[in-house]
Structure formats: structure tokens, C-alpha cells
Design a protein around this ligand. Structure first.
Ligand code: FEO
Ligand code: CA
Ligand code: CA
Length: 655
């Protein structure tokens, strides 16, 4: 590792990665000077509004007092709250079923071998459900009420929890101890799965031998498209034209387009590349460093030389993209859409703008990195699916600057801008989007994860997980807490309800953490119960009724006294900023992929890395997991799984 991690056994996206942004964008001194110099700050109303962005949620929301809105505020959510805590299994609100739908190792392709954890096999794993399910998308079939396709990301492998017999006290040691066959099996456990699901007698199940069934892995052939395709920085020995690549890596969150394709987003791709000496000696050293390449965590270079930066200096440029996949055509070639930029993509929350252009909101999940959006040049054709298939190859990528006065600007990453003259062309701007964004003065955020638009209100929600590295001198309006351990949620309002607009206003919906500990500075609505608050917002979903749900990553008994889970979140009216616990993970797990069916009768969630240790100084392994969820059998490791949640007797979720 570049710098020895303080807590060696945390999952990949939870702290092992050091900040990689050395730019001088936005310090507290700049922001303070800007604040104090603003003449209109002296006017009472605006002074209150600016102060309110760091105050309680009721005032900062701009929400009307309860008396003016409704004498007795009514929640948009109706369910019996789950008690917060931590134990070996999952918990859902009373009156709901939470059924295990598919687990790591379950068959996906026809003829797949049964799961055998004692004998890891790459060829078996290529046909079975992969590891660490993250994003879930639902593509309706036959109207979608009782049938559809689930598209599921497999972000990364927790090898120490998957394989028996590894040795070493640290995750990294155990990963280094993998056999070549185990490495190949782990490569096959990455990527994604497409499974057909159907509801029979009220319960969902995977359809065996579906014609749509597909596994995508770290080796699946893919096309590189958009402005960076064929760029000199994309060319390798195996692919001199720079237009084809094998596999996708570390696919975290994602999105589904209105034309029914799956957007799956590559996040911490630096972990798969090795050879720090070659990287340091390369003319590309500065750019490698900005992307944390090569982290050298997974020893994949042992079985495939393209993961050695010395052998293939450009292979790493071919990862870190949004990949578009057509689930309705199992023979289709996935396409890496370079127009959306290369960084550590969290998700691809999207909306059709009122002028028909398609807008994709994106977080770059690292401490001090940025929030982006992409606006297509063309318009969505609602009558012709095929016409949309290459819509994502042309458009403008923007990065966000959040100003101290509650305004903000989307800054275009566009060739020809004199501030970007060091970049040879648009392809290089996109390949090194982080470096280009540094030049434009984007705002360094507290780990931007999911960014989702609410099509009903036009508001956009940005999950900021945490940033324990931010110093007091580095705090600023949009990231107001030093050593921000629990994260916060920012709400963006595009100017004129136009998602293509470059101007927006913003405010903080909630600062997270335990509201009963004053030093934490959390700002949940006081209506939030002792079970209902959370830390570390990560994934989120806006359901068909326009309600926000937030999934968390990083809570545990030691940090917050509770496992990760899914929380409802009020965004309007007197209850704005009130959250409530609906589903709780088994110990060690993170909750990903909240995905509602369009009829709101089913919620699919992805339980990722169950069985991890709650104490970062203690490593949980396949032999010593903190839970063997969901099978609870000796000799069976814990298994990341997708859970289908339905209401007993039928009906909408949480209504
Ligand atoms: Fe893979 Fe940003 O969580
Ligand atoms: Ca995360
Ligand atoms: Ca995530």
C-alpha cells in the first residue's frame, strides 16, 4: 500500500484508500473570505438562510413551521420501525416478508454447478451468482408486476471470507496467499449478473434456465465507445486500436435507463493494478497518483500480465467508467461510455430532463473528490428504443462547485477551455477527469456516493458518506464538519427545474450521526427516534411515489451501536429530516442496491459482505465470520445475497 492503512481490515470502500486529491481547490480561508465579503450577507434574511445551512434541519430546510403547514404533520411513511442493533441476522419491519432471493454461488446460467465453497473453481463461478452484490436494477417484463429482470453488480471479492485455509492476520496477507485458481475464481466473481425473477403466490423466485440469464465478469469482452475510444492512452499490446477491453471491475452502484439498459459503474479500480515502482518512474506518475494507481491489493497480475502497470501502462485507463449493458439481449456487447468520464464512479442516478435530454448524476467516491453530471447532446426517443442505444456517447460532462451562499455551478469539462490546455484533447480530459476537475476549481466533497434525482420535485440528493480526514481549516459550507465520521446529505435544486442548467441552489438536508451526542452535530429532525438515525449514507433510492430511502455503509456496533440498514427519509414539510429504520443488516454487512418495483409492492436489497468483523483490529475469515448468514451452516461461509421484501397480504411498501 502507498501508505500503511491505519485499520487494515476494513472493506475496500470504507477507509483503506487514502485521499488522492492534492489540488488546492476551496479551503476554509477562501470560503470564509467569500462569506465575509458578501454584502448581501448583512441583510437579515440571507444571513439567516446561510447560518441555517449549518443549523437544524427544520430551519435549514426552508420548511414552513408545522403550524403553517399542518397542525399535525403526517409522515409519508407508514411502517413499524425496526429496533436498531446488531446481531447475526437481518430484520425487517413487522408485517413484511424478507426472503433470500439469490446468494453468492447460486446458479445463474443453465447447467451451472452447485455451490461448493470447499472447492473454489473459476469455471463454476463464471456460471454462478458473483460476490458482494451491490446495485440492483429491475427491468419489467410482461408489464413488470410479476416478472422482470434483476441486474445486479458484483463489486469486489472479500477473499478472506470466501475461501477456507488462507493464512495471515490481515486481509491483504490473505489475499496475497490466494492460489492462482482462487484468483481466477475471484475474477469470475466480479462483474454482474442478470437473472429473471417472477412472483408466484406472492413470493419472488429466480427463474431457472432463463433465456436472459447472463454473467458478466472481469474477463467479458467489452467495447470502448465515446470520445476516449481509440485514444493513445487507451491503447495496449492486446488492443492496439484502444477500442476493446476485457471485463469490468469494482462495479458499485449504477442506474437503469428509461430505454431499459443497465448502467453499471466502476469504482475502486486502482486496487487491481500492481507495480508501484514502474508507476512512480512513468511519465504518467502524477495521473496514476491522482487515481491511486496502482494500489496493488489484488495480486491479479500473477495470472494476467495486463494488471501490471509496467507491462501495460494504459490498461488502467480502460477501467473506471460507466458501462452500459442491454439486459434484453444476452449476446450484446457491454459498452464503456467514456463521455461520462473516468473516476471512482459510485452510481448513475438519472432523469429525463424537461427538454428530453438525458441527465446522469454521478459521485466520485473518495474523500475530497467531486460530484459530476452528464447531459446528453441528443434527446430520449420514447417511441424507439434502438434510437437511444448510443445516446450516452455524446454530451457534456460537468463537475460541481458548491458556493458558500447556497448557490452552485456546474463547470463544463470541455476541450478548448484555456484552463484545460494541458490536456491534449477531449479524450484526455475524460480519461483524467479528476485532474481536469482540479483545474476548474470543483468543490472537494466528503466522499460523494449515490446522487439521485426525484423526478416529481426536481430535487437531487447527494449522499456524502464521511470524511475523517477533513481538518477544521478545510471545512466549508457544503462540507461543514471537520473529521466528518458520519456524513451528510446535500439537496440540490436545479435552476428553473432544468437538470441541464449550469446553475443550482443547494442546502444540507441532514448531517448524520447520533443526535443525542452534542459533539457529533447531527441535525436529524427531532421526530427521528433513537432507532431511526444513521451514519454514513451511501446508496439511496427515490421510489415511485417520490419518497427518499437511504441505505448506509459503515455503521456497526462499535461505531454507532447498530448495523447498516435502509431508512426512510422525509424530505418535505414539517417532518423534513426525519428518518426511520425499515430494514437492518446482519452483522458485518453493508446495505446496497435498494430497488423498488414500479408498483411499489416489492423492494429488493443487496446485503453485501455479511460476516465481517465489527472490530477493525480483528480479522473475520471464512473460518471465523461474525455470522454465517444466510445459511447458518457449519462449513458454509457467509454469502452476500439479494433479499426480496414484500408486504404480508400484499400492498405497497411503507405506505
Ligand atoms: Fe462501493 Fe462507494 O461504495
Ligand atoms: Ca460505500
Ligand atoms: Ca456504495
Amino acid at each position: 500500500m502507498t501508505s500503511p492503512p491505519v485499520l487494515p481490515n476494513l472493506p475496500l470502500d470504507e477507509g483503506e484508500d487514502e485521499p488522492a486529491n492534492p489540488s488546492s481547490n476551496r479551503t476554509f480561508g477562501d470560503v470564509l473570505a467569500e462569506r465575509l465579503s458578501r454584502r448581501d450577507l448583512m441583510r437579515g434574511a440571507l444571513a439567516v438562510s446561510v447560518a441555517a445551512t449549518v443549523a437544524a434541519p427544520l430551519t435549514m430546510s426552508g420548511a414552513k413551521p408545522a403550524a403553517a403547514e399542518n397542525a399535525s404533520p403526517v409522515s409519508r411513511f407508514d411502517f413499524a420501525e425496526v429496533a436498531a442493533g446488531s446481531d447475526e441476522t437481518h430484520h425487517v419491519a413487522a408485517g413484511y416478508n424478507a426472503d433470500i432471493l439469490v446468494r453468492w454461488g447460486d446458479p445463474v446460467l443453465p447447467g451451472a454447478a452447485p455451490f461448493d465453497p470447499a472447492r473454489p473453481s473459476a469455471s463454476s463461478q463464471e456460471q454462478q451468482f458473483g460476490y458482494n452484490n451491490d446495485f440492483i436494477g429491475f427491468i419489467p417484463l410482461d408489464g413488470g408486476r410479476d416478472r422482470g429482470l434483476l441486474v445486479v453488480n458484483h463489486e469486489y471479492t472479500s477473499d478472506e471470507l470466501m475461501y477456507f485455509g488462507l493464512t495471515g492476520d490481515k486481509r491483504a496477507d490473505r489475499v496475497k496467499a490466494l492460489s492462482d485458481e482462487q484468483i481466477r475464481a475471484s475474477m469470475a466473481a466480479h462483474g454482474g449478473s442478470i437473472i429473471e425473477v417472477e412472483r408466484v403466490d406472492g413470493r419472488w423466485r429466480a427463474v431457472p434456465d432463463s433465456k436472459y440469464a447472463r454473467r458478466i465478469t472481469a474477463s467479458t469482452p467489452m467495447q470502448i465507445s465515446g470520445p476516449a475510444a481509440g485514444h493513445p492512452l487507451m491503447r495496449t499490446n492486446a488492443d492496439p486500436p484502444g477500442t476493446k477491453v476485457l471485463g469490468m471491475l469494482n462495479n458499485c452502484a449504477g442506474g437503469v435507463t428509461p430505454w431499459g439498459t443497465w448502467l453499471t459503474c466502476e469504482e475502486n479500480v486502482n486496487y487491481y493494478f500492481s507495480n508501484k515502482d514502474a508507476a512512480a518512474a512513468s511519465p504518467l506518475a502524477k495521473a496514476y497518483s491522482r487515481y491511486g494507481v496502482p494500489e496493488g491489493f489484488y495480486p491479479w497480475n500473477r495470472v494476467d500480465g495486463r494488471f501490471d502497470v509496467g507491462t501495460e501502462p494504459n490498461e488502467c485507463h480502460r477501467f473506471g467508467w460507466v458501462v452500459e449493458i442491454d439486459p434484453l439481449d444476452p449476446a450484446s456487447t457491454p459498452r464503456k461510455r467514456t463521455a461520462l468520464g473516468r473516476f471512482k464512479h459510485e452510481g448513475a442516478g438519472n432523469v429525463v430532463n424537461k427538454d428530453g435530454r438525458f441527465v446522469v448524476y454521478q459521485g466520485d467516491d473518495q474523500r475530497f473528490d467531486y460530484v459530476y453530471k452528464f447531459v446528453t447532446e441528443g434527446r430520449v426517443d420514447t417511441s424507439n428504443r434502438v434510437a437511444n442505444m448510443d445516446l450516452l456517447d455524446a454530451g457534456t460532462l460537468y463537475v460541481a462547485r458548491f458556493d458558500a451562499n447556497g448557490r452552485g455551478e456546474w463547470l463544463a469539462l470541455r476541450s478548448g477551455d484555456p484552463r484545460l490546455e494541458e490536456f491534449a484533447d477531449q479524450g484526455q480530459i475524460l480519461i483524467h477527469a479528476r485532474l481536469a476537475s482540479d483545474r476548474l476549481g470543483a468543490t472537494k466533497m466528503d466522499r460523494p456516493e449515490d446522487v439521485e434525482a426525484n423526478p416529481r420535485t426536481g430535487k437531487v440528493y447527494v449522499m456524502l458518506t464521511n470524511n475523517d480526514k477533513r481538518t477544521a481549516a478545510e471545512t466549508e459550507a457544503a462540507n461543514p464538519r471537520a473529521a466528518n465520521r458520519f456524513g451528510h446529505i446535500v439537496e440540490i435544486t436545479p435552476d428553473s427545474g432544468d437538470h441541464a442548467s449550469t446553475g443550482f441552489s443547494w442546502e444540507i438536508l441532514v448531517k448524520c450521526g447520533d443526535p443525542s451526542v452534542a459533539a457529533v452535530g447531527a441535525t436529524f429532525n427531532p421526530a427521528t427516534t433513537a432507532d431511526g438515525w444513521f451514519g454514513m449514507p451511501d446508496n439511496c433510492a427515490v421510489d415511485a411515489d417520490g419518497r427518499l430511502w437511504v441505505a448506509t455503509d459503515g455503521n456497526n456496533a462499535e461505531i454507532t451501536g447498530r448495523t447498516d440498514g435502509l431508512f426512510s427519509m422525509e424530505t418535505d414539510g414539517a417532518l423534513r429530516g426525519t428518518s426511520k429504520l425499515f430494514f437492518r443488516c446482519p452483522v458485518g454487512a453493508e446495505l446496497c442496491g435498494p430497488c423498488f418495483t414500479p408498483d411499489l409492492e416489492t423492494l429488493f436489497v443487496a446485503v453485501q459482505h455479511p460476516g465481517e468483523s465489527e472490530d477493525p483490529k480483528v480479522l473475520a475469515t471464512a473460518e471465523t465470520p461474525t455470522t454465517r448468514w444466510p445459511d447458518f451452516k457449519d462449513g458454509m461461509p457467509p454469502r452476500p445475497s439479494v433479499v426480496a421484501i414484500t408486504r404480508r397480504g400484499g400492498g405497497k411498501i411503507g405506505v
